[in-house]
Design a protein around this ligand. Structure first.
Ligand code: PRE
Length: 296
């Protein structure tokens, strides 16, 4: 954990006001055709992302200055939080500056000529496999295997030349990697969306920012979570999400990730953040950004 020790209101004052109109370099996880790729072009239609193998590499690229912005999945409407990205937000000191939601329609992709009945092994990102549980229950001859990314799994299937191996990825990957769509819409929920965040090394609070993310460690005493949450109620702030994750070196103590509505440039809100910080063992500011809805 690398929490800010100075009053958070001082950090808020240093934040930029303008979102990058056309960032010089955008980093994303996976390979072309990944859902992260779509998130990048939804945010900046002209951008050509740099792709990295792991989520950690995207954080490292932004931290080192190799990329101006990193784009990462944070939660899915079916499968919930992308926990590795939450963990990395707590470990690093990058700031969420923007968001976008991607409509995720998964397809089973195989080699040209392959048939669904003859496929045995299916590769995809664990989040994507989790979004397709029912499809696997209905097709018990298909064995799911975790892979680093949906599009990377499609690329691997195309290179392997084995008709018994398939991938779960977007339809775009069929065109990109020369695969056939064996089944379209294999996700459990028709309306399946993933929310992505854009992170930068410096905070940016745009005039349209309306969602704040923080991460807190509370004193491990009776009533501390209750008192912490009561502060939001007394300010009339709407809590949008709470995610709790174990602190690895403390037995059964938790790091709380919270999102609440507001723009920290509104009078009194930065002071509220300082008050919140005083009531915690540790409070990290993760960003204040526009909570954009579904573009479709
Ligand atoms: O971007 C991709 O293609 C991924 O494999 C990652 C990821 C995720 O981690 O949530 C992105 C969106 C979908 O929800 C499924 C998988």
């Amino acid at each position: 954990m690398s929490g800010q020790r100075e009053p958070l209101s001082a950090l808020i004052q240093t934040a930029g006001v303008q979102l990058p109109p056309a960032p010089a370099a955008v980093a994303a996880q996976g390979v072309p055709g990944a859902y992260s790729h779509r998130a990048c072009t939804q945010l900046w239609p002209q951008c050509r992302p740099q792709f990295y193998r792991q989520f950690d590499d995207v954080f490292a690229a932004v931290e080192s200055g190799r990329a101006t912005v990193g784009v990462l999945p944070i939660e899915n409407s079916t499968e919930g939080s992308v926990l590795p990205v939450y963990r990395l937000l707590g470990l690093h000191r990058l700031y969420i500056v923007d968001t976008t939601q991607v409509a995720v329609e998964h397809c089973l992709l195989g080699l040209p000529g392959a048939a669904l009945d003859a496929v045995a092994e299916v590769y995809s990102h664990p989040q994507a496999l989790g979004q397709c549980r029912r499809f696997f229950e209905e097709h018990p001859h298909l064995h799911p295997h975790e892979y680093s990314n949906t599009a990377a799994a499609a690329e691997m299937v195309a290179a392997g030349g084995d008709q018994s191996i398939a991938a779960i990825a977007s339809e775009v990957c069929a065109e990109l990697y020369g695969l056939s769509v064996l089944r379209r819409g294999v996700q459990d929920q028709g309306r399946n969306r993933t929310r992505f965040i854009a992170v930068m090394a410096q905070p940016v609070i745009a005039p349209t920012a309306d969602r704040v993310s923080v991460c807190a460690v509370l004193p491990h005493v009776q009533g501390s979570l209750f008192r912490f949450l009561a502060q939001f109620e007394s300010q009339g702030l709407n809590l949008q999400k709470i995610e709790s994750r174990p602190i690895p070196d403390r037995d059964f103590e938790f790091l709380f990730y919270l999102d609440f509505s507001g723009n920290l440039r509104q009078p009194g809100l930065a002071d509220f953040l300082d008050q919140l910080q005083k009531s915690c063992e540790y409070l990290q500011f993760l960003g204040n950004y526009p909570d954009r809805g579904h573009p479709l």
